[in-house]
Each structure stands twice: as C-alpha cells, then as structure tokens.
Design a protein around this ligand. Structure first.
Ligand code: LLP
Length: 442
C-alpha cells in the first residue's frame, strides 16, 4: 500500500502478470481460469461485477495452517468478517474450522452455516445486551471481553438467563505492530481494543466476585496483514504474563487465543507469510502452558482464493491522463479507497499491450478507484478484468452507496461453479423502506 494519496506506489509499474496469484488462477490458452473454470464463462453466466472464490485454494490454505500446528491442541476459528458467505463458511466448517464472530449478524450466519455454539468465539469491543444474550443462548465457547464494564454486563445477562458465561479476557499487549495501514493495527497502546495489560489483575479480581462469569481464556489480536513475526514474538510473553495473572486470581484458564493477522502477498515480489515460522514462534512460547490454542485467521484463509470480475465500460483520456472505467468500484471493493491498498489487476483474456491508467469505478467520488497510475492490460470496453486477492474484506465491506446493488458471488470447485449469492436487485435495496408513511404522534 502506498502511504501517499496522490502518488502511485512503485508496484504500479510492474507488469500485470507479475502480481501475485495462487496456483488455482492460471491461464489456459490465454484464458484466465479459476481452477477448471474459465472466468469468462462465469461472467457470462452471472454477469459482472462478481466475486469468484476458489474452494481448492481455501482448502489448501486451511491445510497449510492446520498442518503447521499439528500435534499441538488447537482450534482454528475463521474470522467471519473476512468473508461471510454462507457457502464459504460451510466449506470451512466441513474442514473442521470453528468461527470467530463480532456481531449478532455473524452469530446468525455461523449458526446458519451449521456451527454449534461451541464452535464459536465472540470477539468485539462493543457487544450489545441483545448480542450477549443471543450468544449465551447459543452456548458459544467464549465471549472475549474487552473491558470491566462489558464483563459486568455479561454477568448480569448470564444471571438473568440462569447460566454461567464462559469468558476470555482480550488483553491489549501494547506492542508496536507494523502493518501496511494504521487502520488495521489493534494491539498497540492507545487503541480501543482489549484490556490494557496493566489492568488485567484488577479485572481478574473483579471477575472472581461475579457469580455468572467463568474466566476460561486469555487472548489477543495484534492486527491484520502482519508480515513479520516480531510483534507476535514480543506480544506472546505478555499474553502468557496475563495468563499467569488471571490464573493467579484463581481462574481455571484453558484457552489461549492468539488472534489472526497472518499476511498474504498482494504486491509483486511480496513474500507469502512464513506459516511454519509463525507456528514455531507460537508453539515455542506456549509449550507447557497447559492451554488449548485458538487461532483466528481471516485473510490468510480466503484472500487469495478470490477475484473480483469486472467489465471495462469506457476508456477515456483527460488532460493527458488515461482512465479505465469499470463496472466495479469502491462500493464493491473498498480496500483501495479506504486503505490505499493495491490489488493486482489482470485481463481475463490475455492481451499483449499495457497502458498506464487509473482504474476507476462508476461511483460519484474522486476516491472511487481500484488502482491509480497503474500499468494495466490494454483492455477495450466490453472486455473483462480480474482484480486479484479479493477474497477477504471484499464483499463483506461492500456497500449500497449510489444505490448500487451488491455483486454476485460464485464458488468454484474443480471444473464446477455455483452461484452462492445472487446479485442484488434495486428492489432488494428498497425492501425495508416504508411508503406510505405511518406517522405517530409524539
Ligand atoms: N480476530 C479479531 C479479533 C479481529 O479483529 C480480526 C480482524 C481477525 C481475527 C482476523 O484478522 P486477519 O487474520 O484477517 O488479519 N478490513 C481490513 C482488515 C480488518 C481486520 C479487522 N480484524 C482490510 O481489509 O485490510
């Protein structure tokens, strides 16, 4: 990601085909395929914009992570916020994943996807009473609490339901985290997330006085797209310190949640996460701690599986600058606009020529772009582009801005493809609005 808003990052000049993509996205006689399915066939079947996910890639990433932790008691809880399509969740569930959720809506999805409450951990800094109640009724494995005030609300809700709530303390380990954008750091001092490490003892004492909570876990989440092991290496001893403090207050802690954050390569030449080094760091730190590990990966499991398919609508020149106008924009993939994130953009049907252009969407904002000053394939109007590494935080961050329905979603498995979310229609967007109005007197 480039820090500057106006300047294109150095990666912009790399040839389109140099941008990283998984083995499942290969060309056959020039035609870009997702596993055994030409992306053009999917565009033909469902139109554009459309998200396409490779199930094989998700399976492979899951196996890589699970193998790296083989022999250590652990559970992988997929961070639903990264990709919450029910069919993706069902596929991960079938592989053995539990879910990490952050809202009542995600709880609903996880249950619909076939999870039991015990397969779910509930994270998040602002849970409502209704969400806490729904989670307790579902019997979630853990509620990761982030403040003493939240702990008291959980105790009150559990008391009203006549249950004891299993909770984990999310600790803010207060380490420096190097991520491509400040918005995706969470484990630093001064962030809204977690209980400050110095306050853990006090909150653990407070929990001992509450009758309807049982502290069963300690956890943290450092941030997202963390390519280097240093923050984890620095934070783990602090997490174990918190574990000892909580145990010292008399709690029987059995779960240690190390959060998510594993990176994926977005830029040309960017190295993939060193999963075995990550696992070795975590394994070494927790050996002998007498806990079962919880991992909460989101991006790592799904980002590379996905592309956003888009059609070139227009080519234009303005003041010597070239624009490629596509039918996908910031409403479909917000990451470039919000984080100045760079995603590779390749042609679906191979073309030899390239052009340096801003790839922009149809939305009425100058901040609506997929790439700026980028060397992109010279595709004419009507041609298809694939935006790479779009399987995480793509569809889940899509919006209806400009009353634009959200795209279709398609899952590919070998040489089969299935529509897993229909493209919204304008009438879907109006469904909850009321007319004529029922006025009520004050
Ligand atoms: N656990 C917790 C408590 C989290 O807050 C997150 C992500 C994860 C796990 C999963 O992190 P991952 O493994 O995906 O890095 N929208 C941003 C990313 C925000 C991440 C928020 N929390 C983006 O598009 O880059």
């Amino acid at each position: 990601m480039g820090a500057g808003v106006l300047n294109a990052p150095p990666a912009a000049v790399a040839p389109p085909e140099a941008w990283p993509r998984p083995a499942a996205l290969a060309r056959r006689s020039g035609a870009l395929c997702c596993e055994g399915v030409p992306l053009s066939a999917i565009a033909e079947a469902v139109g554009t914009p459309a998200y396409v996910y490779s199930l094989g890639t998700i399976r492979e990433r899951y196996a890589t992570l699970a193998n790296a932790f083989a022999g250590v008691p652990h559970h992988i809880h997929f961070a639903v916020k990264a990709n919450s399509n029910l069919s993706v969740l069902r596929a991960l569930r079938a592989l053995g994943a539990g879910m990490d959720i952050v809202s009542g809506g995600e709880l609903h999805r996880a249950l619909e996807a076939g999870c039991d409450g015990g397969d779910i951990v509930f994270s998040g800094v602002g849970k409502t009473v209704a969400e806490i109640e729904a989670a307790l009724r579902a019997g979630v494995r853990l509620l990761n609490v982030e403040s003493e005030a939240e702990l008291e609300v959980v105790d009150a809700v559990a008391g009203r339901l006549g249950v004891v709530a299993p909770v984990a303390f999310r600790v803010n380990p207060e380490v420096m985290v190097d991520t491509p954008h400040a918005y995706i750091r969470t484990g630093e001092k001064g962030q809204k997330f977690g209980i400050p490490r110095d306050d853990i003892g006090r909150v653990a004492q407070a929990a001992s006085r509450l009758r309807h909570v049982a502290v069963r876990g300690v956890g943290m989440h450092l941030g997202s797209q963390i390519a280097n092991a240093d923050p984890m290496r620095e934070a783990l001893p602090r997490l174990l310190e918190a574990l000892a403090t909580v145990r010292g207050a008399g709690h029987r802690v059995e779960w240690l949640d190390v959060g998510g954050g594993l990176s994926v390569p977005y830029l040309p030449g960017e190295a993939p996460a060193d999963v075995s080094a990550y696992a070795a760091t975590v394994r070494a730190a927790v050996a002998g701690a007498g806990v079962t590990l919880l991992l909460e990966p989101g991006r790592f499991l799904v980002a590379e599986s996905g592309v956003l398919l888009t059609t070139v609508l227009y080519r234009k020149q303005a003041n010597g600058k070239a624009f490629v106008v596509t039918d996908a924009g910031m409403g479909d993939l917000l990451r470039p606009s919000l984080y100045q994130a760079d995603h590779g953009i390749v042609a679906v049907e191979a073309v030899d020529d390239t052009v340096t252009a801003d790839v922009v969407g149809p939305i009425c904002e100058s901040g609506d772009f997929l790439a700026r000053g980028r060397v992109v394939p010279d595709v004419s109007p009507g041609g298809l582009l694939a935006v790479l590494t779009a399987g995480a935080y793509g569809y889940t961050m899509a919006s209806h801005y400009n009353t634009r329905p959200r795209p279709a979603e398609v899952l590919v498995d070998g040489d089969r493809h299935a529509l897993v979310a229909e493209r919204e229609r304008p009438e879907d967007l109006l469904r909850l609005e009321r007319h004529p109005l029922t006025w009520r007197s004050a």
